[in-house]
Write a protein that binds this ligand. Structure first.
Ligand code: NIG
Ligand code: FE
Length: 404
């Protein structure tokens, strides 16, 4: 047994069986001051106030530091090749995301780079990002395909994601996003057909199916067709919706039982209505709002309407080149006016829910994996987003083991 003693604040305590937080519950989390926490077999064995701690083989003295659940990053595109520095300069010079894409940049640029890169090289480049994310506190990571844009290269991406999953201590969930953009050499119709046809092969790797349901990319009709093909192979949807326009992506996602609908920068009351009473987690990606200079999601209104919110990084080379979940949390507080507790729930329990993992990680709950962050002394939950660039992390525990 490993014992962490003298924890200044143990934050993120949630009773067993609570898989997500919605509405007013978003403002609640259990906090125990001057606490201990025990780890056994990679799981949280128990916790309590100092003075009641059990004997242990190994003791870590937190010296008053905070312990909280590791971040869950439920939306990333971290398997990509090369870089898109040139487009960054175009963006600085005033081109929008859509204008860059229309010039053959954007997703198609990444697809060309990926095609030319060997599978081993793609793995190495992507692993560097995964290591960075784990070192910054992410313990569960969703990774999408979507830069292959033809069956052979989509499968290449899915193999690389599976190899990452098998080689890291973080939990990895895999999403097939063949419908990210129309691949070169296809008509729109042909491409949707090709992605529907390869669904059984993709399902050998993937947990989820995603579609970029937005203006200029894929329609609600395309999305329905692909989600039906995915459902036939046991893939649950997670949808890119309402980033560039009010796309109908939220409604079609909810209709097909999506686990999450993501982005949501442009939503009206109809989207909030569609989500009410559903099992779908609205997921906002403030890093892409920040980087692209587009609106932030209306998180407070969603919560006011009784909904939950998850926040994720969207780490990708075009719209959010960062997987720093502490910064995502800070943007949630600073730009979306979430309280630190609401933001914590959004980057831990609710984002774990958005990838179907909130029964095993995402909170301080006995029996869950010991995916934990131990901070330097003096840190509190409020300081994390407030002093948003000061180094705070002392140790990341994934499955009960300290990350080297
Ligand atoms: O989530 N919106 C679509 N896809 C990504 C961007 C991908 C890229 O530009 O490479 C996103 O923002
Ligand atoms: Fe995305």
């Amino acid at each position: 047994m490993i014992l962490i003693k003298n924890i200044g604040e143990l934050v993120g305590i949630v009773p067993a069986g609570v898989l997500r937080k919605q509405g007013d519950e978003m403002a609640e989390t259990g906090i125990l001051k001057d606490a201990w926490l025990a780890i056994e077999d990679g799981k949280i064995a128990g916790f309590g106030p100092m003075g009641t701690e059990p004997a242990a083989d190994k003791v870590t003295d937190a010296e008053g530091g905070m312990v909280m659940p590791a971040f869950c990053d439920s939306h990333t595109h971290i398997v990509y090749a090369g870089s898109r520095d040139g487009e960054f300069l175009d963006k600085i010079n005033g081109l929008s995301y859509e204008e860059i894409a229309a010039r053959g940049g954007g997703i198609l640029n990444s697809s060309d780079l990926l095609h030319e890169t060997s599978e081993d090289e793609l793995y190495e480049q992507s692993m560097a990002r995964v290591r960075e994310m784990m070192a910054k506190g992410s313990g569960a990571i969703e990774i999408k395909s979507g830069y292959g844009l033809n069956p052979a290269d989509e499968l290449k991406m899915l193999r690389v994601i599976r190899r990452i999953k098998e080689s890291v201590p973080a939990l990895v969930r895999i999403t097939f996003l063949g419908a990210h953009a129309v691949g070169r050499g296809y008509t729109h119709e042909e491409y949707v057909q090709a992605m529907a046809d390869m669904m059984p092969q993709a399902a050998e790797y993937a947990d989820f199916v995603d579609v970029f349901c937005d203006e200029g990319f894929f329609t609600v009709k395309d999305t329905s067709r692909l989600l039906e093909a995915g459902a036939a192979c046991g893939l649950r949807p997670k949808i890119h919706a309402n980033e560039l326009a009010v796309s109908g992506g939220v409604q079609v996602g909810v209709k097909y039982g999506a686990l999450s609908v993501d982005h949501l920068e442009r939503t009206g009351d109809a989207e909030i209505e569609a989500l009410r009473g559903s099992a779908t987690m609205p997921t906002m990606l403030p890093g892409s709002s920040f980087f692209l200079g587009i609106p932030f999601g209306r998180a407070k209104e969603f919560i006011g309407a009784g909904l939950g919110i998850a926040l994720a990084s969207d780490y990708n080379p075009g719209s959010s080149p960062s997987g720093d979940m502490r910064f995502v949390m800070a943007l949630g507080c600073i730009r979306m006016r979430l309280t630190p507790v609401q933001a914590l729930n959004a980057v831990t329990l609710n984002s774990a829910y958005a990838i179907g993992l909130s029964d095993i990680t995402g909170s301080i709950t006995p029996g869950k994996r010991a995916d934990l962050l131990l901070t330097h002394p003096g840190w509190t939950l409020t300081r994390l987003p407030y002093l948003y660039q000061t180094p705070f992390l002392r140790t990341v525990f994934l499955g009960g083991r300290a990350l080297e």
